[in-house]
Design a protein around this ligand. Structure first.
Ligand SMILES: C[S@@+](CC[C@H](N)C(=O)[O-])C[C@H]1O[C@@H](n2cnc3c(N)ncnc32)[C@H](O)[C@@H]1O
Ligand SMILES: Nc1nc2[nH]cc(C(=O)O)c2c(=O)[nH]1
Ligand code: SF4
Ligand SMILES: [Mg+2]
Length: 218
C-alpha cells in the first residue's frame, strides 16, 4: 500500500508523553482540517503538481509541499540505508488518519518499531492495536468521541483560557475513560504558556511545550 509522504526524518520527539524520545518521523501529505495556527500548512494539499519521485523525497532537506507515494518496504529500506537507530516511529502529517494506517503500523511493528500516531481525531483511526494514539482535539472540526476513547494521550493546543471549554466538553463525553491530558501552548505564545502552566497545576495535567522549537531541531 502506498502512502503520500511529505518527509521522513530522525529527530527527538518534542511533544507530549514521548517528549525526549529518539524518533523517526513519517509526515503524510494532506489535511482537510485547516487549523489557522497550524505549523505544517505545507502538508495541507496533495496536489499532483507537487508530486516528486521517491529518490527526490528521501533527499529532501527543506520542509515544503512536495510529496511522493512511498510504501512500507521503501520506508524500511530508507531507514536502513540512512542507518537510523531510533526504534520509535511517529506517523504524523498533515492529518494521517485520512489514510488507513493499519498496514503501515503492522509492517513497522513486525520490524520491531513502536508506532505512534499524531492525529486531530476528526477521522476514524485505523491502525494496529499496539499503536500509541495521540489525539489533539480541534474545536472547529469536531474531534470524534470514538477517537478520544481510542486515545493513549490527549494533547490540546491552546491560546486562551476559553479554549479549555471544548476540551472539558470532549472529556465529559468519555467520563469512564482515564485520559492522559497534555496542554500545549500554540506557537510558543508566552501568555498561552502561563495559562497552560496554571491549568496543568489546577487539573494535575501535564505540559507539552514543543521542545524541538526551543532547542532548534527539526
Ligand atoms: C502538525 S499536527 C499533525 C497531526 C494532526 N494533524 C494533529 O493535528 O494532531 C501535530 C501536532 O502539532 C500541533 N500543532 C500544530 N501547529 C501548532 C502550533 N502552531 N503550535 C502548537 N502546536 C501545534 C497539533 O495540534 C498536533 O498536536
Ligand atoms: N521534533 C518534533 N517533534 C514533533 N512532535 C510532533 C510533531 C509534528 O509535527 O507532528 C513534531 C515535529 O515536527 N518535530
Ligand atoms: S489538523 Fe493538524 S495538520 Fe491539520 S491543520 Fe490542524 S494542526 Fe495542522
Ligand atoms: Mg511539527
Amino acid at each position: 500500500m502506498n502512502y503520500p509522504i511529505n518527509e521522513i526524518f530522525q529527530t527527538i520527539q518534542g511533544e507530549g508523553y514521548y517528549t525526549g524520545t529518539p524518533s523517526i518521523f513519517i509526515r503524510l501529505q494532506g489535511c482537510p482540517v485547516r487549523c489557522q495556527w497550524c505549523d505544517t500548512k505545507y502538508t495541507w494539499t496533495c496536489s499532483n503538481n507537487n508530486q516528486i519521485s521517491y529518490e527526490e523525497l528521501v533527499k529532501k532537506k527543506i520542509s515544503d509541499q512536495t510529496w511522493s507515494y512511498i510504501n512500507a518496504i521503501q520506508i524500511l529500506e530508507n531507514i536502513k540505508k540512512k542507518e537510523w537507530t531510533a526504534k520509535h516511529v511517529v506517523i504524523t502529517g498533515g492529518e494521517p488518519c485520512i489514510y488507513n494506517l493499519l498496514y503501515l503500523t503492522t509492517e513497522l511493528e513486525k520490524q520491531g518499531f513502536k508506532c505512534q500516531i499524531e492525529t486531530s481525531g476528526t477521522k476514524i483511526i485505523k491502525c494496529s492495536s499496539n499503536t500509541w494514539v495521540t489525539v489533539s482535539p480541534k474545536q472547529h472540526q469536531n474531534t470524534l468521541p470514538a477517537s478520544i476513547l481510542r486515545s493513549d494521550e490527549i494533547k490540546y493546543p491552546i491560546l486562551k483560557q476559553e479554549d479549555l471549554f471544548y476540551l472539558e466538553k470532549m472529556l465529559s463525553m468519555v467520563k469512564n475513560k482515564k485520559c492522559r491530558v497534555f496542554l500545549q501552548p500554540i506557537s510558543q505564545n508566552q501568555e498561552a504558556l502561563k495559562i497552560c502552566i496554571k491549568n496543568c497545576i489546577i487539573k494535575n495535567w501535564r505540559l507539552s511545550i514543543q521542545l524541538h522549537k526551543y532547542i532548534l531541531i527539526k
